[in-house]
Ligand binder design. Sequence first.
Ligand code: UN1
Length: 522
Amino acid sequence: MASAVATADVAQAWARVKGALGLEEVNAGVFDGTWASISGREILPVHTPIDGSHLASVALATQDDFERTVRAARNAFARWQDVPAPVRGEIVREIGELLREHKETLGLLVSLEVGKIVTEGQGEIQEMIDIANFAVGLSRQLYGLTIASERPHHRLAEQWHPLGLVGVITAFNFPAAVWSWNALIAAVVGDVVLWKPSPRAPLTAVAITRIVNRVLERHGLPPIFYLLVDEGRSIGERMSKDRQIDLLSFTGSIPTGRKVAENVGRRLGKMLLELGGNNAAIVTDKADMEVALKGVAFGALATAGQRCTTTRRLILHEAIYDRFLERLTTAYRSVKIGNPLEEGVLVGPLISAQAVENYRAAVERAQREGGQLLYGGQVLALPGLENGHYVQPTLIEGAPEMSILCEETFAPILYVLKFRTLEEAIAIHNSVPQGLSSAIFTADLREAETFLSHRGSDCGLANVNTSTAGAEIGGAFGGEKDTGGGRESGSDAWKAYARRQTVTVNYGPDLPLAQGVRFDIG
Ligand code: UN1
């Protein structure tokens, strides 16, 4: 799937990306229909977590930009909602094609900006292409129901209208895909989108915003994808408080999500929250060991443990406990950590020095709470990459009562727990506040189905014999409890971006009332 990248040299890779995507030394981070001038603006320098080198800078948005951009977006909505949905789908189809054309360089930009290994950076753009394909099909399938009316000569139906302006706040870890889950679905539904990306990945946002709006321009339509890059919280906060944002889709931490929810809730607005995960994999004594090993390793190590879907807890049956851990430790030992552009590397850097500090603090606290360090635990200074943010993937033997097990640390730390009965495993599994993804590895039908039953996993995503991470776009993505309850991406998640209207039509000569109510006048 991933095309080979010619060079693992950061400067060379950046030169290639910069040229191919038309990025500059300083890029405007405000798109209100046109790209705002950079002069007089605060500048955000972007450093790659690979070796700390400076890639480029982005000129930041201010509060003043907000009103103007929202006004432009709402004007665009006035036109876009009139474009028939299948025609909107055609536009999204062309967007998908453009993304395909730029897949390699966009994917490489993701790798440079957030430190993903090449295949994962490429995979992220593939995820955008996949959701574009899904959205194209959806543009002809925005179905409403027809409902049997209790009254003669009446038609009862349900239809879905465009919602308006969708605000999308994304995190650094999926700086491209998560925007597209929201934006491309919203687009076929008839909405326009205002994006506030993570300040850790603004170049990806700038490059994507340029590419996707090109298609609208080609069709003589106003842009529908708007962008405001800021460093702190002010634009995001504004989005959460402003009634002009008809839906706010927020991906990020639980504490920030809580604030967003308070602000949106106060104005009785719509929101879609995709907050932290604290995902566990249960491996039973009936599991196919090879499949389980691969699934756990991918879940715990992919994106250096910085996915919402990362496996953070491993719940092992006592009969296979030692054997599985031995194999897993051997696998951990062989995993290549380093420059994510280099072939064969599986674990790249963490996003920032702060993330390394959080890792260090978590390893320390876990041990203070009684956890046994089984493998890793060290911050790494790799030759030539001393200014990057590398850590050793870590295995810590834990006990269910450790309070750190209830928290999500965005780092490759896997806590290992032992169980005897499946009931006990499921209780441990469900004992955390978050509820995003989950997995069981077993070849036993009863165990698998119990895990999937209402008494099993309490998460939004439940997997059998595959990793907690790496969901396909076709399903609805999101989680329960403190994860926030939102659903994005596939299935019928599109309904969150639409306004539902229940329609009653009386085509008869009388006015029969529902529930048999009589109201005779004259
Ligand atoms: C996220 O971490 O916010 O399921 C999204 C996965 C990816 C998406 C993760 N497809 O791991």
